[in-house]
Each structure stands twice: as structure tokens, then as C-alpha cells.
Design a protein. Sequence first.
Length: 270
Amino acid sequence: MGRPSIKVNVWPVTGKGKVLANAKVTIGDAISVYPIKILEGKGGYYLGMPRVLDRDGEYRDVFFPISGDARHALTEMVLQAYSKDRPLFRDFPGDEEFRPEITVRPYRDSLHDLLGYSTIVLNGLFRIENVRLYQGENGKNFVMFPERGYRDEGEVVIRSIFEFKNDWDKRLRADICKKYEEPRARGWEERIQVARGEKEGKLTYEELMDIRRQHDAERRNAAHEREEKTESESEEPDQEEQAREEQTENQEYIETGFWEEPTEETYLVL
């Protein structure tokens, strides 16, 4: 299985139940993910991925291996850098360049200026979810990556889950905005041409904005319908089994009290 280089830093922790250590994983010298947690369950050690609480009140991983093989490989690398006594670092050279693949799903409701969600697949091995695209006050779109929130002596602290190197932050943000604009621009231009033909003249600014809003709303609704259809048609036994395993793993993770104790990290709705 080809992959980019992976660097692992692990810091042991005490007093957190089944949480034994926090790890930072750097992929392709481009993007770092923190914290990935080493936990101890009935079946041995396993990894807890960074997650946030969504608007439905469910915890969702925002970074995770796509396949069982990728999860096993990542677990082995992280555990090789784990020591109960001291922090350790391990460098695992790769045989591929860092290769992100971006998809953007328009959001069907423009509430809070949210335009859509992006998924980034890293070399076909790892997935980043819940990357959000917004429209700013100046009309320019901007991208927000998932963040984590925790309490420190009663104060809520917000920290990044993802850190970037070698300008990959700017490159990914620009690619996400471009990916969103490409089909949107094509559809909008077609609508403008039709409207101009019907009116047989120039369109006013208000008419152009109406066309844009109608097109965006239809595109968001169509994307949402495709997503629902895909989810309903992709219910396969292996996916159901994986979902059961993840539910069991999540329950073990939550049962540690990690989410309950005010003195420990508590993930918030972000």
C-alpha cells in the first residue's frame, strides 16, 4: 500500500482513564492532525480520532482512515511511538507525494452564510470531514477547518485540529473555493444567457442577483437529494458492520468519562 511520509509525535498522559496518550500525526510534510488519542479497551490499544459534536447532538470524527488496512497501518505507527514514560517521535518515510482530492457539497440553506461542506481525501487513505465554506461580508468566500473546544480551569479554549506546512493551508483553501465556484459559475452563466434572450436586452443588477440566488438554492437542494439517495443506496453489510464497530468503540471512548469531567477536554458544538 503506497502512502506519503508520516511523522508521529506522542505525549503520554496520566489521570484520564482509558486515554493513555495524545498523538500528532503529520502526513506528507503538509498537514498535521492533533489530537489522536491512544486508548485502552477490552481488546487492547486503539486510536480515538479527533471529533466534534454536530448540530444533531452526535459526535462525528473529522479525520479518520478510510479503510481497515489504513486504520491498522496508522495504529501500528502511532503505537510504535508510544512510551508510558516519555514523549517520543517516529518518522516513517513514504513512497508517494502528498495528494489531496477535494469534493464540495453545496448546502441547501444559506443560513449563517454557509455555502457548503468540503471533504478532503489524502492519498486515498485518510478523510477530512466537516470543512466549511462561507461567504464573507465582502462577498469573498472563505474556508474554515474543524476546531476543537475544551475547558481549562472553567474557561472555554478553542484550538485548531489541523496545522499546515509548506503553504498547504492556502493551497487547500483556494482549491476548495475554486471547486465550489466552477459548476456554480457554469450554471449561472447558462441562466443569464437564457434570461437575456427572453428579455432581449441587458439585465439589471437585481435581476442578476435573483438568478444567482435561484441557481444556488436549486443547486444546494439537488446536492442534498443526491447525498440522501447515495446514503440510502449504499447500505451494505460491511458498512453496517463497520458502523456497529464504531458505535461500540465510541461508547467505550465516552464511557471513560472523557466527555464528562469539566477538568478534561470537552468537545463543543463548533
